[in-house]
Write a protein that binds this ligand. Structure first.
Ligand SMILES: Nc1ncnc2c1ncn2[C@@H]1O[C@H](COP(=O)(O)OP(=O)(O)O)[C@@H](O)[C@H]1O
Ligand SMILES: [Mg+2]
Length: 308
């Protein structure tokens, strides 16, 4: 259940690396029990923002409070209540799988017995039991991501930060992560996650913040964003030079985009208008599909590649 208590609050939050502004004066709030997704192209400032939330980086300017504590003065308290699965693999290669968890637990002052108990539980859930005593080097990418997620839960955090938790995972492992996120949400854990998978954001997040060039350019529930920016349905069809004119006539307010040899038609009109059009015109390779978050994301951030 999402409450109206603000658990993470940022205003004018800014981070500069020398002269480069990675996070440019952003304001946002995350409510207790909410799962909020940060979506943005590479280099948008997502990881930098997450790092400020768990006191890995100090803001250059602005205010940031986590669970009522100020990141400038109360980092110890923040670290106690936050769990982090960072984007990069920072597992300790000198320790076994189990020892990575138990050692991490000791930073939180968790007793040896309790640490072992929690570690075993996490290994079981994330299906890593067989790897309990294996060295980190022997794990696949998917196993490492799952272990990093498991480690983030060892202190039973109130706030969980997941930076690209499913990048590089196969569909099975991705669903395991989704299940865990849903379970934690039910337990009342407040979650911020970043992802490049729009379907993931759509199914897991109560609210989405779209970031680009260090700023929040839009926010809302997935449903609100889709309805506002894309509409209900998208018509996709093979490009033919006569089509744009025909489509413009049929759907005056429509946005028509050409992607290679396909056309996409976006309209804010209700269900059914595309079917009516298709009954009149016999066309090949046509598809009507529901509008989705990916449509929103590409509309707002463009189709240009962002290399990092
Ligand atoms: N330690 C650093 N020093 C200098 N520039 C950095 C550093 N970390 C990130 N950046 C730059 O800041 C911008 C935002 O990076 P990041 O927060 O990692 O974005 P995202 O996670 O959205 O891909 C990028 O342009 C990146 O190159
Ligand atoms: Mg990142």
């Amino acid at each position: 259940m999402v409450s109206n208590e603000v658990l993470i609050g940022a205003s004018g939050l800014t981070k500069k690396y020398d002269n480069y502004t990675a996070v440019n004066g952003i304001d946002f709030e995350v409510y207790k029990g909410e799962c909020v997704g940060f979506l943005g192209p590479n280099g948008a400032g997502k990881t930098t923002t997450i790092r400020m939330i768990y006191c890995f980086l100090l803001p250059s300017a602005g205010k940031l409070e986590v669970a009522g504590f100020d990141v400038h003065t109360e980092c110890r308290k923040i670290k106690a209540v936050v769990g982090v699965a960072p984007q990069e693999d920072n597992l300790d290669p000198d320790f076994s799988v189990l020892k990575n968890l138990t050692t991490y637990a000791r930073y939180f002052g968790i007793s040896k017995d309790e640490a072992l108990k929690r570690a075993e539980e996490q290994l079981k859930f994330f299906q890593l039991e067989e790897k309990r005593d294996a060295p980190i080097m022997s794990l696949s990418t998917g196993m490492k991501r799952r272990l990093i997620f498991a480690r983030a839960l060892i202190n039973q955090p109130q706030v969980l930060l997941l930076d690209e938790p499913t990048t590089g995972l196969d569909p099975q492992a991705r669903h395991l992560v989704w299940d865990e996120v849903r379970y934690l949400k039910k337990q009342g854990v407040t979650i911020i996650l970043t992802t490049h998978y729009m379907d993931e954001a759509e199914v897991l997040c109560d609210r989405i913040l779209i970031v680009d060039h260090g700023r929040i350019i839009e926010q809302g529930t997935p449903k609100q964003l889709i309805e506002k920016h894309v509409g209900k349905e998208v018509l996709e069809l093979d490009y033919d030079e006569k089509l744009p004119v025909l489509l413009k006539e049929a759907f005056q307010s429509a946005r028509i985009e050409r992607l290679g040899d396909r056309l996409q038609v976006f309209t804010d009109q209700p269900h059914g208008v595309f079917e009516a059009f298709l009954q009149k015109h016999k066309l090949q390779n046509v598809m009507i599909r529901n509008a989705n978050m990916e449509d929103v994301f590409l509309k707002l951030t463009g189709r240009g590649l962002r290399e990092e």
